[in-house]
Design a protein around this ligand. Sequence first.
Ligand SMILES: *Cc1c(COP(=O)(O)O)cnc(C)c1O
Length: 391
Amino acid sequence: MPNSVNKSRIFLSPPHMSGNEKKYIKEAFDTNWIAPLGPNVDAFEKEIAHYAGVNEAVAVSSGTAAIHLALSLLGVKKGDKVFCSSLTFIASANPIIYQGAEPVFIDSEPETWNMSPEALERAFQDAVFEGTLPKAVIVVNLYGQSAKMDEIAGICDQYQVPIIEDAAESLGSTYKGKASGTFGKFGIYSFNGNKIITTSSGGMLVSNDTEALRKARFLATQARDPAPHYQHSQIGFNYRLSNILAGVGRAQLEVLDQRIAARRTIFKRYFDTLGHLHGFTFMPELVGTYSNRWLSTLTINEKAAGVSVKELLHVLSEENIEARPVWKPLHLQPVFQGIKYYPHNNSVSEQLFKNGICLPSGSNMTEEDQFRVINCIKDTVMHKKSNQKVV
Ligand SMILES: *Cc1c(COP(=O)(O)O)cnc(C)c1O
């Protein structure tokens, strides 16, 4: 019987304020910096750049806006091709369409669930054969796990095509000791409400190319020429971040490392309590990488486990627990029907979508609440097992 009415909701990844946010918001109000620029914006940009170890960062209104600016800076236009991970949130690819360009989707490989270097190489070989290289490659670091950046960067370097690293989900993660988001020509972070730290809505574009980021600021501020009479020689965007929201971001960044530690503890608890169940395989952490474990995710082999992802999602939902399937690959999205796709060998992203589940992972989830999730899953699996014996 569903008794969810009595049980408080456990969310997948809710915001987790530190308490210090109000101090920065108050400062913005006290000094009347209620604008898409100001001291919090400047400081937040410097603090993110310092944290990630890059020359510069530009605060923007969303991660999507940051990707759009990066494509725009790389001159992506109508008729161009852009390679993009298939297993991701649609925001990774939407800006390709905004620019009138054409995405080509690249499958995942099983060790990181991220872009397959083999599939990428095949896509490049075809592009060479067709005589048109892509203008950019958008590489996503899913759920906090870095893609195989050495291999991917090696291939992109060989063809001299720039990388945009979509690190929306992987702020604070590292690959061989280097910050996620700093491997491409551009990197982007998101501070949407569900991300590891949030400004309610916001994003950041990072790069070592300070000249390009100067242009990004210009484009993000309606491409206004330096004249007092509002002169414009090209089309820009209104993409800057509010000084109030940047204040929230500053306080959140102060606790980012604590948030990562909490999410990793949550992952470990799931792993220790559920990892031994037949057919349960948690998302790997590639050797040499450190994942922020934004979401704890795993695949369930229905035959071995005796329970499907669909059934588990249903039972968890009855218990007022929010869990989700893994992202639906973009090449399977109705809106991207007919778009070219390069599978790894068998289509890894399709398998991950079919068998993958994301469990509640909020850094503010109590141990007690996590055990509600764990016990619900365990009970369902046991119940299924005993049913099978009876039959
Ligand atoms: C959240 C997310 C984005 C978009 O960020 P917004 O700030 O919501 O625009 C892009 N890519 C991935 C992989 C994301 O998870």
